[in-house]
Design a protein around this ligand. Structure first.
Ligand SMILES: *Cc1c(COP(=O)(O)O)cnc(C)c1O
Length: 380
């Protein structure tokens, strides 16, 4: 097989071009317009009609604007999950605040609630003030232990900003991710479960917050005929063309979730007999992942480091794209001065975890091919 198999390729549903054409035909090529409104409505309908969603240019922008509205400022601290993509943490730095990094628990791979509480207490002890926000992540689609995280957040009265960038369609206790915090960010970047080529959204709890988000995202222009500015703004709104792609993608999202979950189960059925091989899976029935990516874990007590490293070059040679689990932020040079609470759980997941091709358009033939190659590798 020569065609490269990618980790997570964008898959069009069919109506994306129709909505883009509508935008062209009605001269709504400029930012804003009917597709943006309709895409936001689609997202609200999907998540929860009580929510108010603002479509933005990226998930990173969504996190940035949420932190601004949560009052994060120079010298503040924000609690973040260490095992994540850097986009979760970078916006904290944009605002001159300090990320406080929390290790994962081994069940969902997300923020460890016990360490979260320990960190909050210790930060209050050390700095005399509370962290301004908590950002749990639903890694690879797997919901974090939101019951525990929310109850700690409530006890200390610290707002939660959910990073649901990888978890559109995932659920915890039958509630969709994106519904748990004061804000939630979504991402529609190129390889997420749905894409707008590039884009994101901020899920808000009321119209007021949505209005404020759009205000900041459109250069903080005050209500005046001339261009009046009383605060610093950003150019973060999603374009009407990209929103057209998003509308088409929303029509096929349920199908994509179903397929990604099938793919996850397919890998497990065929690979979990290999000694030392496990997967990131739902710890009990409360957890329902969209399985944006299926992640395999190779026990480092069963295989030496070299062997695990060799898997990447081996898969490369077979023209199959795989990727290590995110390198934890506390191990990144750029964040090395940030306080970290935990031990080596996320570091171990980074060393042992490998993301397998999980695109919604993967065929069973392609999966069989990938699986046969992985089996060959472990037999050699
Ligand atoms: C993709 C992603 C983001 C940011 O999304 P962009 O749209 O790429 O800015 C944030 N957090 C996590 C965990 C992500 O995977």
């Amino acid at each position: 097989m020569n065609k490269k198999i990618y980790l997570s390729l964008a898959t069009m549903g069919g109506n994306e071009l129709k909505y883009i054409h509508e935008a062209f035909d009605s001269n709504w090529v400029a930012p804003l317009g009917p597709n943006v409104d309709a895409f936001e409505e689609d997202l609200e309908k999907f998540l929860n009609e009580e929510k108010c969603v603002a479509a933005l240019s990226s998930g990173t922008a969504a996190i940035h604007l949420a932190l601004i509205q949560l009052g994060v400022n120079i010298g503040d601290e924000v609690i973040c999950q260490s095992l994540t993509f850097s986009a979760t943490v970078n916006p904290v730095k944009y605002l001159g605040a300090m990320p406080v990094l929390i290790d994962s628990e081994p069940y969902t791979w997300n923020m460890d609630p016990l360490l979260l509480e320990e960190a909050i207490k210790d930060r209050i002890d050390k700095t005399g003030k509370k962290p301004k926000a908590i950002i749990p992540v639903h890694l690879y689609g797997m919901p974090a232990q939101m019951d525990k995280i929310l109850s700690i957040a409530k006890e200390y009265e610290i707002p939660v900003l959910e990073d649901a960038a990888e978890a559109l369609g995932s659920e915890f206790n039958k509630i969709k991710c994106g519904n748990f915090g004061s804000f939630a960010c979504l991402s529609f970047n190129g390889n997420k479960i749905i894409t707008t080529s590039g884009g994101g959204a901020l899920v808000c709890n009321d119209k007021e917050a949505k209005k404020k988000t759009i205000f900041f995202a459109t250069q903080a222009r005050e209500n005046a005929r001339h261009y009046q500015h009383e605060t610093v703004g950003y150019n973060y709104r999603l374009s009407n063309i990209c929103a057209g792609i998003g509308r088409g993608q929303m029509e096929v999202l349920p199908k994509f979730i179903k397929r990604r979950r099938e793919i996850h189960q397919y890998y497990i059925n065929k690979l979990s007999k290999i000694p030392g091989v496990t997967f990131q899976t739902e710890m009990d029935e409360r957890f329902h992942s969209n399985y944006w990516l299926t992640v395999m874990q190779i026990d480092s007590n069963s295989y030496d480091r070299d062997k695990i490293d060799r898997l990447y070059s081996f898969m490369d040679e077979q023209n199959i794209e795989c990727r290590p689990v995110w390198k934890p932020m506390h191990l990144q040079p750029v964040f090395k001065s940030c306080p970290f609470y935990g031990s080596n759980v996320s570091e171990k997941l980074f060393n042992e975890g490998i993301c397998l091709p999980s695109g919604s358009n993967l065929t069973n033939e392609e999966l069989d091919y990938i699986i046969s190659k992985i089996k060959n590798f472990f037999l050699e």
